[in-house]
Write a protein that binds this ligand. Structure first.
Ligand code: BG6
Length: 480
């Protein structure tokens, strides 16, 4: 049922995500007149704060994390904020929360960004206080479990209070503009679809590289590792968008139906198709950084890097490897998808001494948002010493192509979709479960084969075995 919520409750309202992303996104939406005039935002967390104190807290976060030019109307935004302290594990606080929320005539949107161990208790509390009745939808921030079993438990608990069409599972990569642009590129152009298959594509690479290390998330990250932190969600969603069949329309059911088919078609990974690593001390951009163990303060077998050769077993993708890699403390921050086309079937230029290279499409997601298609072109000249061909890029820098439009961060989009009820960019339960099944099998493989992460120096592209994983197929990672 469609409704625009006029109440928003933020669980985890004093947390890192709220400070860095949620409050700045909401404030920016407000400044642009995109929030319902009557939208009341109620924050809740354990800290004993009054509404006034929470507004001060929010002001500080906005001053730190929202660029100057997007802070217009901050005072009005702060007036929308209210706060109720709550211990999520006891029922008492929920009645107070319900009182503060008041009647929600338009509807209520709840955003849970708390430890998953609190999800079940929180749902119970919301139910007890009547906050699951009527027009209510719920947004869930990751991590949604640590394996298929725990994810099902969370999903079952949420399903006891909300039907699937009111559950909004967040993968913030889906809120990124260039990720959505992938759909436009594939399905708003005639050019690519006829060649988007194993006949013309040699392989696909998906890289999500970060320069940061553990940051302040020591306990979470050490329990999670790169496979569950990045591959299970963001990277598999990117893979699904690259590999899916054309949906019949851009709506939540059609798009998610196609994504889940891809996720279910992922072949179990073989032992020699994964490489894991953990960073040692090294240097990033010339600055020395400590190793993972040192940051953590103890020895650990958690992987901070993973590379996988994945396969989608269906007609379109048979024989096309998808090389995935992600890691912390890599030389640069870059998220990109590389679609490597096959060689032309016959070169008419060979007799003239010219060689050709296959076309390549690079979709840059961050930090640069661009689309680059490498084409062969003739080097100008009279060619007395032979014809020369060279790859040249057709380059579209999105910020230039759309200068004058606001570049919005992912959470602006996702929060607005939650408030207004569009599920297209949220992950459906069957997708999450298919993702976990594939990831659990990899973890089981590592466990059985006693695979431990190899070391790599911070500031390098992971263990050398990750390079070998691609090179033995005659493939080079895009940065090489
Ligand atoms: C989060 C992970 O989901 O995504 C983090 O938990 C990671 O470890 C982050 O740093 C990366 O997001 P982005 O948008 O900076 O690429």
């Amino acid at each position: 049922m469609s409704f625009t919520a006029d109440r928003l409750v933020l669980f985890g309202a004093t947390g890192d995500l709220a400070q860095r992303m949620l409050l700045p996104s909401l404030c920016a939406l407000d400044a642009d007149g995109l929030l319902h005039a009557d939208l009341k935002i109620v924050g809740t967390a354990r800290s004993e704060l009054s509404t006034e104190e929470y507004r001060d807290f929010a002001r500080e976060a906005l001053e730190k994390f929202l660029p100057d030019n997007r802070r217009g109307g901050m005072a009005d935004f702060l007036n929308r904020l209210h706060y109720v302290p709550l211990d999520a594990t006891t029922l008492e606080g929920y009645d107070r929360l319900a009182q503060e929320v008041g009647a929600y005539e338009g509807g209520l949107a709840i955003f849970l960004s708390t430890a998953p161990s609190l999800f079940e208790a929180t749902i119970g509390g919301l139910k007890h206080a009547g906050l699951t009745e009527g027009n209510v939808r719920i947004g869930l921030e990751k991590p949604l479990g640590t394996d298929l079993g725990s994810s099902c438990e969370i999903n079952d608990a949420v399903a006891r209070a909300f039907p699937e069409d009111r559950i909004f599972r967040i993968d913030h990569y889906l809120g990124k503009e260039t990720v959505q642009n992938l759909l436009a590129l594939r399905f708003a152009n005639l050019l690519f679809e006829p060649v988007w298959n194993s006949k013309y594509i040699d392989h696909v690479q998906i890289t999500v590289a970060e320069t940061v290390g553990l940051e302040s998330r020591v306990a979470y990250y050490d329990d999670s590792g790169a496979l569950r932190d990045m591959v299970q969600n963001h990277m598999l969603q990117l893979l699904a968008l690259v590999a899916m069949e054309p949906p019949t329309s851009f709506d939540s059911t059609a798009v998610r139906d196609e994504k889940v088919k891809v996720l279910r078609a992922l072949r179990s990974v073989a032992k020699d198709e994964t490489v894991t690593g953990q960073y040692r001390a090294g240097a990033i951009n010339g600055a020395a950084v400590p190793g993972y163990d040192e940051e953590l303060g103890k020895d650990s077998d958690t992987e901070t890097f993973v590379a996988i050769k994945a396969h989608v077993d269906n007609w379109r993708w048979k024989g096309v490897p998808f090389y995935l890699r992600t890691g912390k403390r890599l030389p640069e921050r870059v998220t990109e998808i590389v679609v490597q086309f096959r060689c032309i079937p016959h070169s008419i230029f060979e007799g003239r001494g010219a060689t050709t290279q296959p076309n390549r499409l690079v979709i840059g997601i961050q930090p640069e948002e661009n689309i680059q298609l490498t084409m062969m072109a003739k080097v100008p000249g009279l060619d007395r010493e032979g014809l020369r061909l060279r790859p040249v890029p057709l380059d579209i820098a999105m910020p230039d192509a759309f200068s004058g439009t606001v570049r919005r961060i992912a959470y602006e989009r996702l929060l607005l979709d939650l408030i207004e009820g569009d599920q297209t960019l949220f992950v459906r339960r069957d997708e999450v479960e298919a993702q976990w099944e594939w990831i659990d099998a990899i973890r089981e493989l590592w466990h059985q084969a006693e695979i431990k992460p190899r070391t790599y120096s911070a500031g390098t592209w992971g263990p050398s075995a990750a390079i070998a994983l691609a090179e033995r197929d005659g493939v080079s990672w895009h940065d090489e």
